[in-house]
Design a binder for this molecule. Structure first.
Ligand code: GTP
Length: 600
């Protein structure tokens, strides 16, 4: 295809603002999917995505379109590139954007712009994309198109009249939007006769075909059967198949300047075909890779343990399988005195963690215990040695010079009535105010730097509850800071329970210790002897409770108060006799671990 006829674009939208519906409508209007084949949300392939309403993996679809506002217009090729919508996948979003020349900024006309949209809009601006602001859902009675058109216009620097108003649901305005994409989005530019350079913006494992890699060809041409080279690793492969999606895969002889499509080399693991990498020919290929490649870096770690220890091999197998399709997922075996054999697993962020955990439970039928998520700490000792800590129980003892923790730059959008509540929350989480801007008279963008550790610890839930669900959040890593951090250990009868060790800011260590100790006292049944439950920093005890010894004959009396609840607990414990874990000499019901670890 002549690059002058190609338009590469993506849609940026907040969750639920209608991206999938608009994409579906475009598939239908351009005739690539017939009405009767149409099923809701064609592009979201995974069940879990559909259920949770999030888009994790991006794809590209080729849409032929002749302008309706021009007579005998030429047919253009619109490549719609789907971007993942969540904060954890910022890098993947940035690669999808890098494959485009323009983007549709889609905003719900009843909701207005949200933090995530804003963060992605800034990314799009950094990539110099042509931005087409669009209000969706104008069919809704609650829509306020005038108000939000002004807000959008203000944000992208255009006139309110230039904001298109559509309904993805009814189809109103979508023709016009496709015309505008052809008119406003610049055609891709590249060097036709140069060695090929193609950027990978997505890479998906398929059980039948192996890894399917999505690319945009920037320079030159990639041909079928050619030998290619991955520029980050130098690995060579043969191009078994190359083609486009419309939306089913359609093989072609090759792809050239500006074209977007897929390729298959027979590799079995997405880590061999990494997002952001540049592909060139093996012989006489390009010498300089396209910019922007980064190795995915896990930010959040958690220990995953099978509830039933004998499921350990299944857990390993399941993780191996998930990793085929997820270059950012890393894990290594670890053992916990309290929880047995499991894995320390690294994730891009909290959502990534949740998705993986849910898939392990749902698709692989595993029951898991997950330790509280933690970030990576850099510890420098007084003798100059350095440690990277991904598991709190491995925090070094001895003379520590300083501890570094990762920080993020957070963008929060909120109705102005909640400014006070949001700032209080951020302040409590050791935040540093960077700035604040009014998007319109009643909506504010607040920017903070925050320690990532404070964000992964129920920050989002708190933010939502303090703003009645109205605030939205986005964040990106911005480096590290030195902080006054300590390790708090929990001891049962003098033995450390590794699964409960946590790294806290010094000012919060006491509260953490008290909370855990009193929870454990409630959850652990009486034993034949008295059991002290303690929280300690190093050898200094900061909180203590005691579980009294059992007196056999007066069991019932001991449990006074809410008898039925305690009895239920007792019964449960009986059921789960095999689910008792020995921590030193103390029997701890597995439920206690789950309860303490899950209710942050
Ligand atoms: P994610 O995939 O979760 O990011 O969401 P999305 O942005 O793709 O939103 P989706 O297309 O799933 O739409 C969210 C909800 O809004 C669905 O219930 C749609 O039916 C509805 N919706 C989308 N567009 C319109 C519209 O133009 N009008 C009305 N009334 N509802 C719409």
């Amino acid at each position: 295809t002549d690059p002058a006829l190609i338009r590469n674009f993506c849609i940026i939208a907040h969750i639920d603002h209608g991206k999938s519906t608009l994409a579906d409508r475009m598939l239908q209007l351009t005739g690539v999917v017939e009405q009767r084949q149409m099923r809701a949300q064609y592009l979201d392939r995974m069940d879990i995505e559909r259920e949770r309403g999030i888009t994790i993996k991006s794809q590209a679809v080729r849409l032929p379109w002749a302008r309706t506002d021009e007579e005998n217009g030429q047919t253009h090729i619109l490549n719609m590139i789907d971007t993942p919508g969540h904060v954890d996948f910022t890098y993947e979003v940035s690669r999808s954007l890098a494959a485009c020349e323009g983007c549709i900024l889609l905003v719900d006309a009843a909701q207005g712009i949200e933090a995530q949209t804003l963060a992605n809009l800034y990314l799009a601006m950094e990539h110099d994309l042509q931005i087409i602001p669009v209000l969706n859902k104008i069919d809704l009675p609650a829509a306020q198109p005038e108000k939000f058109a002004a807000e959008l216009a203000n944000l992208v620097g255009c006139e309110p009249e230039d904001v298109l108003k559509v309904s993805a649901k009814t189809g109103v305005g979508v023709d016009e939007l496709l015309d505008k994409v052809v008119r406003d989005v610049p055609a891709p530019v590249g060097v036709k006769d140069a060695p090929a350079r193609a950027m990978i913006f997505d890479s998906v494992y398929d059980a039948y075909r192996g890894v399917v890699t999505y690319v945009k060809v920037v320079d030159g041409t990639l041909n079928k059967r050619e030998r290619i080279r991955m520029m980050s690793t130098g690995a060579a492969h043969e191009l078994l198949e190359i083609g486009t999606n419309s939306p089913e895969m359609k093989a072609a002889d090759g792809l050239s300047v500006g074209e977007v499509g897929y390729l298959i080399t027979g590799v079995k693991d997405v880590r061999q075909s990494k997002v952001g990498d540049t592909i060139t020919q093996l012989n006489k290929g390009a010498t300089e890779a396209l910019g922007g490649y980064k190795d995915p870096k896990p930010m959040v770690f958690s220990g995953l343990y099978p509830l039933d220890g004998s499921d350990y091999p299944e857990l390993r197998e399941a993780l191996d399988k998930l990793q085929l399709n997820d270059a950012a997922l890393v894990y290594e075996p670890e053992t916990s005195a309290a929880l047995g054999f499991g894995f320390r697993v690294g994730f891009l962020g909290l959502l990534h963690l949740e998705v993986i955990r849910e898939r392990l439970e749902r698709e692989f039928g595993l029951e898991l215990i997950a330790t509280a998520p933690n970030v990576i700490y850099g510890v420098t000792m007084e003798d100059g040695t350095e440690h990277e800590v991904t598991n709190p129980s491995e925090f070094p003892t001895g003379k520590i010079a300083e501890v570094q923790e990762p920080v993020v730059r957070a963008t929060i959008l909120t109705p102005s009535e909640f400014i006070g509540a949001v700032m209080e929350l951020c302040q409590n989480r050791r935040g540093n105010l960077l700035g604040m801007d009014y998007l319109s008279e009643d909506r504010v963008e607040i920017r903070y730097t925050l320690p990532l550790a404070e964000v992964v610890f129920d920050f989002f839930d708190q933010l939502k509850s303090k703003t009645r669900g109205y605030a939205s959040l986005d964040y990106e890593p911005t480096g590290e800071q030195v902080a006054d951090l300590v390790k708090v250990d929990i001891l049962l009868h003098g033995d450390q329970v590794d699964a409960f060790s946590a790294i806290c800011h010094k000012d919060k260590a006491y509260a953490y210790g008290v909370r855990l100790v009193s929870k454990l006292r409630e959850l652990i049944p009486r034993q034949a002897f008295e059991v002290p439950v303690q929280a300690a920093i190093g050898s200094r005890v900061i909180a203590r409770e005691t579980i009294r010894a059992i007196r056999k004959d007066v069991l019932a009396k001991c449990y006074g108060g809410d008898i039925s609840r305690k009895r239920k607990l007792l019964e449960k414990q009986k059921e789960g006799k095999k689910r008792m874990k020995m921590v030193g000499s103390v029997e701890v019901p597995q439920e206690a671990f789950i309860a303490v670890l899950s209710s942050d």
